[in-house]
Ligand binder design. Structure first.
Ligand SMILES: [Zn+2]
Length: 263
């Protein structure tokens, strides 16, 4: 059993037996409550996944929490700033390398990619390549807790967007792969990059796939009604959504148009 830790309020302090979320103070419509920084391991040796934005108070809080424990490596689920911005500064505090798929975000010799196994003490993290939200998105499977760290591929609330450096066809394949993996290994929790822990991985992934298919259908229909530009489509499909989210919606519509038009 994963022994889910679910705090009374918000995602800070949530997680599983060997994964603890220290929430960064950068809430926004795009980042929900803020970025989840995950500390993996309870022993001497730990891994830190996504140090978050370059916020000295947050990084100091994470370092303070770790005290004398050794950070074996800092891992990035992807290179977007709200996850990676503080990596370099935190590497300085922790004396640890930064491993990421994108070489531009690495510090040290080692990269990170599908199939890699990262070890800290007696814990393992298995890297699952899940491009789509961004070209460099990775998930990390923590067998000990039957938990999957999902970065922005699956969020704790709402749905994610396909960023300009992402791809919807890749994303749909990644969701299928995550679902198959979750079923095969008996995953009991998804630990997202933003928002609360998801205790039912299969239901969450099915919900994501269904949502994408629904949106694609709505976009097809909006086009049949005469909408042509991404903005016009947003005004129809996202009419019920808060306008502060429309720029993100427009980005998502662009990705979906690319997908529908096969480019
Ligand atoms: Zn993010």
């Amino acid at each position: 059993m994963s022994g889910l830790r679910i705090p009374l309020e918000g995602p800070d302090g949530s997680g599983t037996a060997h994964a603890l979320n220290l929430l960064a103070p950068n809430p926004s419509p795009m980042t929900l409550d803020g970025t989840n920084t995950w500390v993996i391991g309870r022993g001497e040796d730990v891994l830190v996944v996504d140090p978050g934005p370059d916020d000295p108070r947050h990084l100091a809080r994470v370092a303070e929490h770790l005290r004398d424990r050794r950070v074996v490596a800092i891992l990035l689920t992807h290179g977007h700033h709200d996850h990676s911005g503080g990596a370099r500064a935190f590497a300085g505090l922790a004396g640890a390398p930064v491993r990421a798929l994108d070489p531009r975000h690495r510090l040290g010799e080692e990269g990170l990619g599908d199939g890699d196994v990262v070890v800290a003490g007696d814990l393992e993290l298995h890297v699952v390549g899940t491009p789509g939200h961004s070209f460099d998105s990775l998930c990390f499977w923590l067998p000990r807790d039957r938990a999957m760290l999902t970065g922005d591929t699956v969020l704790g609330r709402g749905t994610t967007v396909i960023a300009p450096d992402g791809d919807l066809a890749d994303y749909l394949r990644s969701l299928d792969r995550l679902r198959a993996t979750a079923e095969q290994v008996g995953a009991e929790a998804l630990l997202p990059g933003h928002g609360p822990v998801l205790p039912d991985p299969i239901a969450a992934l099915d919900g994501y796939v269904a949502h994408r298919r629904r949106r694609l259908d709505q976009i097809r229909q909006a086009r049949e009604q005469g909408a042509t530009t991404p903005r016009e489509i947003v005004e129809i499909v996202y009419a019920g959504v808060d306008r502060s989210l429309w720029p993100a919606a427009e980005m998502s519509v662009r990705a979906q148009l690319d997908y529908l038009d096969g480019s």
